[in-house]
Design a protein around this ligand. Structure first.
Ligand SMILES: [Zn+2]
Length: 529
């Protein structure tokens, strides 16, 4: 309940303000008793939760708010981070993400746009610039969250050039969702940050590029097959001999190491071998759920800015258009016919056996895209031993195929698990396990950390029956995760900060809220922190 005598007016947008920020200011303005009161005031009583990065329930936003703030589409494109995920997605995925944000359920959208499986992570901490906070307080009387600071890949303020700080609030490991505004007391420097001049310059360039891609994403999209061709062309301009390829990979790895100290770039390739793998993946057709930061890193190194990349892309597609008689490639969401890759539109593709080199590439491409060896043998009329020989001659690709197969399998299993949990929100771990024993068994063998993180979430907050919960197993699982996290962050000091562990193990904090359980975890924590 909000105790006000007459309806409060809705506040107006401030410049470069994100949707979460405006809702937070409205919350303070209303003087609501709890975050839930404001949530229900804005989105109706059906709204149960809210995320600052991907808001949902936008179709249920109160009509009065819509009049002042704009409709759901305007909010999505102009006041959320989502447009940076659009440029390399199919129109269907973009449409599905927008629909999800309008509905009460985000569903599997985060997975489809590369947030769950990508190495860049799905956490988007709220970010702020201390200079902007001071300026905003002077000009507007209040600090607020700038949209441009929240965009993934933006790590420095595009106005002041300094590193952004991250909020400790609304993290995966914090107690509950809150409507908050930037405040120095809750802002921290991200992990492992120590930037020299070169790194800062690289981060500033990347921040500008991420903003350019975000703006492009509001209306434009790329076709990923052509994007891969543009990358390939740019790399072949650097030389095609093995020596040139290796030196390009070294240079790229060096560039990545300048960004690597700052999340979310910590997983970028920093060795020649990893750089070759990265480049080889991106110069083939990148998968739909490739994270935009992966593209941005390559574009940043190859082209510096977005504009020369868009020029190269348009040049390539225009050449292909004149060949294929097509008339538009850089497009807004259109018909299914226009979304088909250009290769499908060429009518006289040579028969595979006539051009062996090209056939080999097609075979490898088919395997990378997930076709089984058996399917490839049938399609290209070759034997299994030929496929194996081709793979032996291309070890990097063979590894990529194995990795892809594992990732695909893992994603399927995770998705199955998530689906069952979503269908039966009150079910305990045991019930879920009994309903899909094979999935549980696979995840237990191959993806145990993820499984542990999911099982420990199950009954909490769902008001379920805790009697059937295997607390000892959870206690053990969390201890394993903590030990793993310690090894990953092994430093000279034997002590670890609890907040670091909370950041690395999203459900640790909420688990410790169960005061009568997790004795081993508590003991371990008291020893190491
Ligand atoms: Zn600033």
């Amino acid at each position: 309940m909000i105790f006000i005598s007459e309806p409060a007016p809705f506040l107006n947008w401030l410049q470069d303000e994100c949707f979460y920020s405006l809702c937070s200011r409205q919350h303070l303005f209303l003087g609501s008793h709890s975050p839930e009161d404001t949530l229900n005031y804005l989105f109706g009583n059906g709204a149960k939760s809210f995320a600052h990065d991907f808001p949902k329930n936008l179709n249920f936003l109160s009509n009065e708010a819509k009049l002042v703030w704009g409709n759901a589409d305007e909010i999505i494109c102009e006041h959320t981070i989502s447009p940076i995920f659009f440029p390399f997605q199919s129109p269907e995925h973009v449409c599905a993400l927008k629909q999800a944000m309008k509905s009460p359920w985000l569903g599997s959208c985060k997975y489809r746009i590369g947030l769950v499986t990508g190495r860049f992570g799905g956490a988007h901490p709220l970010k702020a610039c201390v200079e902007c906070i001071n300026a905003d307080r002077l000009i507007h009387g209040s600090a607020y969250w700038h949209l441009s600071h929240q965009i993934p890949g933006v790590t420095t303020c595009t106005v002041h050039g300094i590193l952004l700080l991250e909020s400790k609030e609304n993290r995966q490991w914090t107690r509950r969702f809150q409507w908050v505004l930037p405040d120095e007391s809750t802002l921290i420097s991200p992990d492992r940050v120590s930037t020299n001049h070169t790194s800062l310059k690289a981060l500033q360039d990347m921040s500008s590029l991420a903003m350019e891609l975000y703006k492009f994403g509001i209306t434009g999209q790329f076709e990923t097959r052509a994007v891969a061709q543009v990358y390939k062309g740019a790399f072949s301009n650097l030389g095609t001999s093995q020596k040139s390829c290796e030196s390009a990979a070294d240079c790229f790895a060096q560039y990545c190491s300048e960004l690597q100290g700052y999340p979310p770039f910590s997983s970028l390739p920093c060795s020649r071998r990893c750089a070759i793998g990265f480049i080889s993946q991106m110069t083939r057709r990148p998968r739909g759920y490739c994270h935009p930061l992966k593209h941005l890193t390559l574009i940043s190194w190859l082209f510096g800015r977005l504009e020369p990349f868009v020029d190269a892309y348009q040049q390539l597609t225009q050449q292909e258009i004149s060949v294929a008689g097509e008339n538009q490639k850089l497009r807004l969401p259109q018909t299914t016919e226009q979304q088909r890759p250009l290769t499908l539109l060429h009518s006289n593709t040579p028969r595979p056996k006539k051009i062996f080199h090209s056939t080999t590439e097609k075979i490898l491409q088919a395997l990378i895209s997930g076709s089984s060896k058996k399917q490839v043998c049938l399609r290209f009329e070759i034997s299994t031993s030929t496929v194996n020989r081709i793979l032996r001659l291309n070890p990097l690709i063979e590894k990529q195929i194995t990795d892809n197969a594992y990732t695909r399998k893992r994603d399927e299993q995770r998705q199955e698990w998530i689906n069952v949990v979503r269908q039966r929100p009150d079910a305990s771990t045991n019930i879920v396990k009994l309903s899909i024993p094979h999935i549980y068994a696979w995840l237990y063998r191959n993806d145990r950390s993820w499984l542990s993180s999911q099982t420990s979430l199950l009954p909490s907050g769902r008001g379920g029956n805790h009697a059937s919960v295997d607390w000892d197993a959870r206690d053990e699982n969390l201890c394993t995760l903590i030990k793993q996290a310690r090894i990953e962050t092994s430093s000279i000091s034997k002590k670890v900060l609890k907040s670091d562990l909370y950041q690395k193990i999203p459900n640790l904090f909420s688990s410790l809220e169960q005061k009568s359980h997790y004795a081993k975890v508590r003991k371990l924590l008291s020893e190491i922190s």
